[in-house]
Design a protein around this ligand. Structure first.
Ligand code: BGC
Length: 360
């Protein structure tokens, strides 16, 4: 009888224990308040402030300071915030800065890659954390990038070559390319040669020098142009430089030979120094890319993607891995004739600055 009683108590105890254990398990499985109200990491709720991470390659050229400041303005105008980091052209630093932004829990990452290939690792890491990635101005190659926002860079090259072949239909051409690690440098070169190739085949144009410019540095462009001049006994009729900074190096080399203003030079970016050289006559043209249009569009798309909204259908650009939905704005060719109606009319640079006027 006593044994039966003990067994009964044990059974009762076991039953009570099982009941408590199952109640606890249910409690654990129940989502916490936090889990119930917070959306997935990449789809932040609209009443929380969206936080965008902007990983920039460099602030070396004048344009990137403008991109940085205007992008911040554009994002803030949409009620979101942005954390910006620039890597001084250092691949490893750009990757570690992006990792910092990811670990800070940004809702979306937007990226100007220094190296089109090695930054694919950033895209991968962000995706593992549930964060979408937009390539800004420069494409990231071989990665599942979510969106690409830029200008039509092939068209930039075509505009340069069209302007130059109008000025110099026949003769010896030099091509001073951009950084080989930047996809834009390749697109630009493609655009240039789309226009030049038929004229080369006709025998009207001869490419007497064609080099990339390591890291887009003007000092490297200067050295390349000095070599081009030397190798051709100064017999050069036109130069296409990948941007205004490299055009500056080219013009310095021409100046050393007393040829500045005599040999037409093309650039891009509408930097102030280039605009001044255009009115002075040492640079023939530049390609103006209205940065505000780019930052407005990039900010709009970044905030929409961060909220998990769909952003519509855009043209596709192949990056070696996927067809990237892309939004490409149109560049504008600028020379002495339309500089007032473009760069100056837009307030990109003031008339006083471009024409070096004092006290107007
Ligand atoms: C940009 C140019 C810039 C160059 C050097 C390119 O990817 O499109 O505007 O001058 O990089 O920074």
């Amino acid at each position: 009888m006593r044994q039966i009683l003990i067994k009964g108590r044990l059974l009762l105890l076991a039953l009570v224990f099982m009941f408590i254990a199952s109640a606890c398990a249910k409690e654990v499985a129940k989502p916490t308040k936090e889990e119930r109200i917070s959306p997935p990491q990449s789809e932040a709720s609209t009443n929380e402030k969206i936080k965008i991470g902007f990983s920039m390659d460099t602030l070396q050229e004048e344009r990137w300071l403008r991109d940085r400041d205007l992008f911040k303005e554009s994002v803030e105008a949409l009620g979101a915030e942005v954390v910006i980091m620039a890597a001084n052209g250092d691949d490893a630093l750009q990757i570690s800065q992006a990792e910092t932004l990811i670990s800070q829990g940004v809702d979306l990452l937007i990226l100007v890659p220094h190296n089109a290939e090695s930054t694919a690792t950033i895209v991968h890491k962000a995706h593992l954390a549930g964060i979408k990635v937009i390539a800004y101005d420069r494409l990231v190659k071989n990665a599942d990038i979510d969106l690409y926002v830029s200008f039509d860079n092939e068209k930039v090259g075509e505009m340069q070559a069209k302007a130059m072949t109008k000025l110099v239909p026949k003769g010896n051409y030099v091509f001073i390319g951009g950084a080989i690690t930047d996809n834009n440098a390749h697109l630009l070169k493609k655009g240039v040669f789309n226009v030049l190739q038929p004229l080369i085949e006709k025998g009207d144009i001869k490419i007497v020098y064609d080099q990339w410019t390591k890291d887009w540095l003007p000092a490297n462009a200067l050295a390349n142009m000095q070599s081009a001049l030397k190798a051709n006994g100064n017999q050069i009729d036109a130069v296409i430089a990948a941007n205004d900074a490299t055009a500056g190096g080219v013009i310095q080399a021409l100046m050393e030979q007393g040829l500045a203003g005599k040999v037409p030079v093309a650039g891009q970016d509408a930097e102030l120094a280039a605009a001044q050289r255009i009115v002075e006559g040492t640079q023939s043209m530049t390609v103006y890319k209205p940065i505000k249009a780019l930052t407005d569009e990039a900010a709009r798309l970044a905030v929409a993607l961060a909220k998990g909204e769909t952003v519509g259908e855009y043209q596709k650009v192949n990056n070696g891995k996927i067809e990237v939905p892309s939004f490409l704005l149109s560049p504008i060719a600028v020379d002495q004739l339309n500089i007032d109606d473009t760069i100056i009319a837009d307030g990109f640079h003031s008339r006083q600055d471009v024409y070096k006027l004092s006290g107007e």
